[in-house]
Design a protein around this ligand. Sequence first.
Ligand code: ADP
Ligand code: MG
Ligand code: ZN
Length: 494
Amino acid sequence: TLGGKAGRGMKPEVNLGPYEMVIGLETHVQLRTKTKLFCSCATSFGAEPNTQVCPVCMGLPGALPVVNAHAVRLAALAGLALEARIHPVSRFDRKHYFYPDLPKGYQISQFFHPLCQGGRLVIQTGAGPKVVGITRIHMEEDAGKLLHGGEAGSLLDLNRCGVPLIEIVTDPDIAGPQEACAYLRKLRAVLTCAGVSDCRMNEGSLRCDVNLSLRKPGALLGVRTEIKNLNSFQSVERAIWAEAARQAEALRRGEPILRETRRFDPVTGRTYAMRMKESTQEYCFFPEPDLPPVLLRPETVKDLRASLPILPDARTERFMTVFGLSPYVAEQLTQRRWLADYFEETACLAHNPVSVANILLGEVFALLKARQGEETDGIPVAPRRLAALSDLVSGGQVNSSAGKRILAALFEEDFEPWEYARSFDLLLLREERALREAVSRALEENPAMVAAYRGGKSSVEQALMGKAMALTGGKAEPEMLKKLLREALQEQTT
Ligand code: ADP
Ligand code: MG
Ligand code: ZN
């Protein structure tokens, strides 16, 4: 490794007393389509407000929706990747509520007959693998975006109206923030791998609602609250701790937990009540009369199943057996499909796949994070270049700080790492004669240390190593130098 640092562990002190957490997640994922769910407007992120709209997605009277067949295929693919049942017939329904970002006054969703039911996702926990049940997966359209706080008051951007989403609902199987984040990471790994979504939390293409209750172990489920729209792993983790602490405190005081919808404020680190939970009746669901049922023929489902690439769990196994990676490292590398592809290509070109993995997860990721933030989506270095660099480091031709320097330069421009190391004089000295010479000069120039060594003070070896290294201008390959020094010292004592 070039010396990367591991992820931070932020765990506020929360004492839940006799209670344990019960969590179910509802995750919204944007499907990777060019056009919206019921019209042909573009879905690209970051466009000028209200430039990707038409009568259908603006909800003008008389406009008729038409289902995007590709969105249906992607949703079914998500179901297959999560081992769910895909229903041959599903339907769209209207979910009514009033909010300014919803021009029709209802959202088209799937309530009575969702596309998929009954899947599973396996996550890794401290106590080993754990199955999180998937209750259902249904398709729905996104709402627009309200932009608050401008001079003109609140403004409305309808570009996101009608963007295709799936909602993935879990069983209440998740026992805490680590498991919630492990679930979301695995979900992202599976869905990006299957090509269903790019799952960018910072662009809102993956966001999640946390349902949380407390109970004494073994007791029936308690009353839950729902925290809406969390869009980073960190806010999921913090929101869960904050809400669990709030509920524990209320229960201690004998206050009831209300079935509310709450929001998390990252500034104060607390959750706040937004509204009481709407009941199903209030949404007044009814079948969408403008859309026919969604039919998926068995052959289509079969073709979709066959088109699924190797999924992260299977790929993790393969990386362990083929490249000798540890389970942890293999799992890290299969979290994103582009990363797994990149690793595989590079590892095949390099002598030491473990070194490639370590460089990728250490220094490459440190550089990517510094440039792109948390949401990284590609490495600007050709695999053969990284393979060459890995060989230089694992073969002891350059030291780790030179490795870092070469890598940083490779992020800026393309070159052959060995050439670069040579022209910047970064190659380590591995010539035995030169190293022996440095060792004997170090011994000659420091007779007192040698005498101390002879007198049994073996700790001076480290100091002599420093002297010999300095005589090579810091260029000696350390393992070789150490070996030669030890040999020379042993000769001195015999
Ligand atoms: P709603 O339609 O009101 O959102 P759902 O039945 O769809 O309710 O459940 C939403 C989520 O809440 C699911 O992920 C489910 O696992 C979770 N959930 C249900 N009961 C509890 C509970 N007592 N504590 C925590 N989570 C729960
Ligand atoms: Mg819900
Ligand atoms: Zn439109």
